[in-house]
Design a protein around this ligand. Structure first.
Ligand SMILES: [Zn+2]
Length: 88
């Protein structure tokens, strides 16, 4: 699993190379209340940020397989991932 924080360039490179994997969008200090799971191909987490902000600023991106991200959510954050309504 990789973690992208204040690193939009690295995040975009990862997305380009791992279209078959998943992205967990969460806050800088992950909490059980916001663990949004997207496919790497989801349009809501790529391209130009909706509000013109950075991808890895206020929110960070954890990237890997679905199993890795679900495991992280359970063991490190104490919650369950919430699948995105657009790409699930
Ligand atoms: Zn999505």
């Amino acid at each position: 699993m990789e973690r992208f924080q204040d690193d939009d360039a690295g995040y975009e490179r990862w997305l380009a190379g791992h279209s078959d994997l998943y992205v967990l969008n969460t806050t800088r200090t992950p909490t059980p209340t916001y663990l949004k799971l997207h496919r790497a191909t989801c349009h809501t987490i790529a391209g130009v940020p909706a509000r013109g902000v950075r991808w890895t600023g206020e929110y960070i991106k954890l990237c890997g397989t679905r199993a890795e991200l679900e495991h992280f959510a359970r063991t490190q954050v104490g919650g369950e991932v919430s699948p995105c309504g657009n790409c699930r």
